[in-house]
Ligand binder design. Structure first.
Ligand code: GLC
Length: 446
């Protein structure tokens, strides 16, 4: 995608067309985060681990959140399914309890995904959960209220918002997705722009979003010169709440005005999914990943990652100074899939003992990621997360003076030698026998 963007820009420049630089026009100009914003960024990093919830009309079809465009469903036919949205089992308190049990510190929930349906009582369109479904409950409000109750326990409340819309006529020019959903009348961008900004104001002001998680910019990457007017949008959000964090899943370099950076389906620095060639910024970072293969509920996708894989992913992100945002696609009934609940419980069990080594003030460690695993750190305490044992001797590029080295769970001292070249640890038995998920060594520096 990056190369495509670049090609488009080069072609436009060659033609002498005015092309807006994403770094200049796609930005809140001269953005200086406030003290509250900087504090919110730290809190976000401290929380370390979040749960992503993709829930919308698409959950009824059970084909993932892209079904509308993938199957070229006509938007007028598609929207009829709102009349069948009655998730009788939905209980925000239950979801929050399951999320908290996993050790996660925040949740990020979809408010309006690409399908264009709003899951809250928005005043900007009747195509919403109150006006268009028999359910008539504002699920975002139910979470926001719960969040107030849970505030002392510190569960953060973040809101996902899709920039693109496969339903509305005024989402025009049409992007590279949603071309077969029957939007033929073509309205004016300025009404869409006003609609989005008014919705965002509701989410920030009335629902106390601690972060807005944007998605869908890439839909317009084939329309050169296209401008989302982020300057106005980001400034509007920060004017309502300077502490509200803005992140945007555009897969590119961060735009001015953004407060955190995200990587989709990859730890920062890796690009196995092909969505992450962008440079790693100095902002707080979040990696989002699915538990199975899809974001929205997909009936045939039962290929859930094992708890070991998910915990290791959390460790791998923490060792790269990033949060993990792990996704669940709730069912149309309002239930979280049983396998997802199982994974939350298992991660939670691990977090009870080891959570201290990946969150609550822990950041990437002094030793950069290695073949055997990663390091994390809080103050003078360095945690070595050994995920892949190579030998019973471990040589580390650590020249700071070391006071003690112990196994994290048993507190048994581990013999070590320190030279000018680094630190060498010797283990008496292969620790993989002791802990198959993540063997943690605690190194205390002088
Ligand atoms: C991609 C997908 C979208 C999903 C998002 C989550 O942008 O298009 O459906 O919500 O990733 O990271």
């Amino acid at each position: 995608m990056k190369s495509l963007l670049t090609t488009t820009r080069v072609a436009a420049l060659a033609l002498g067309l005015a092309v807006s630089s994403p770094l200049i026009s796609h930005a809140q100009k001269n953005y200086k985060p406030t003290k509250e914003n900087l504090a919110a960024r730290e809190k976000f990093r401290d929380r370390g681990f979040g749960i992503f919830l993709h829930w919308g009309l698409y959950s009824i079809f059970g084909q993932g959140e892209w079904y509308m465009t993938n199957a070229n469903l006509n938007r007028d036919e598609y929207s009829k399914v709102a009349g069948a949205f009655y998730p009788a089992q939905f209980d925000a308190a239950k979801w929050v309890a399951a999320i908290k049990a996993s050790g996660a510190g925040y949740l990020t929930i979809t408010s309006r995904h690409h399908e264009g349906f709003s899951m809250w009582d928005t005043k900007q369109s009747d195509y919403n959960i109150i006006k268009s479904t028999p359910f008539k409950r504002d699920i975002l409000a139910e979470f926001a209220e719960l969040r107030d109750e849970c505030r002392k326990q510190g569960l953060g409340f973040h809101i996902y918002y899709s920039l693109l819309d496969w339903h509305r006529d005024d989402y025009y020019p049409i992007g590279r997705t949603g071309q077969g959903t029957g939007r033929t009348k073509h309205g004016q961008w300025k009404t869409y722009d006003a609609f989005m900004n008014a919705q965002l104001a509701e989410l920030v002001r009335d629902y106390n979003a601690e972060a807005i998680w944007f998605d869908g910019e890439w839909d317009q990457d084939e329309n050169p010169g296209f401008d989302w007017h982020y300057d106005k949008m980001y400034a509007g959000i920060h004017a309502l709440n300077p502490a509200c964090l803005i992140g945007n899943n555009h897969h590119g370099e961060v735009h001015e005005g953004e407060d955190f950076q995200m990587f989709e389906r990859d730890v920062p620095g890796a690009n196995t999914a092909g969505l992450s060639g962008q440079a790693i910024s100095k902002l707080p970072i979040e990696t989002c990943q699915t538990m199975n293969g899809m974001w929205g509920y997909k009936i045939i996708d039962q290929t859930y990652k094992s708890d070991t894989t998910l915990i290791r992913l959390l460790v791998q992100t923490a060792g790269r100074n990033a949060n993990l945002l792990l996704n669940i696609g709730p069912e149309a009934t309002g239930a979280l899939p049983a396998t997802a609940i199982d994974r939350l419980e298992k991660i939670g069990k691990w977090m009870k003992t080891y959570g201290k080594t990946v969150k609550d003030g822990v950041r990437e460690g002094i030793i950069p990621p290695q073949e055997w695993g990663v390091s994390t750190q809080k103050g003078k305490t360095v945690y070595l997360h050994i995920l892949d044992w190579k030998s019973r001797m471990l040589s580390l590029p650590l020249t700071e003076k070391v006071k003690s080295v112990v196994a994290y769970d048993t507190r048994r001292p581990i013999p070590f030698q320190q030279t000018k070249l680094g630190l060498t640890l010797s283990f008496d038995k292969a620790p993989s026998e002791a802990n198959a998920i993540d063997y943690i060594v605690e190194v205390t520096l002088h």
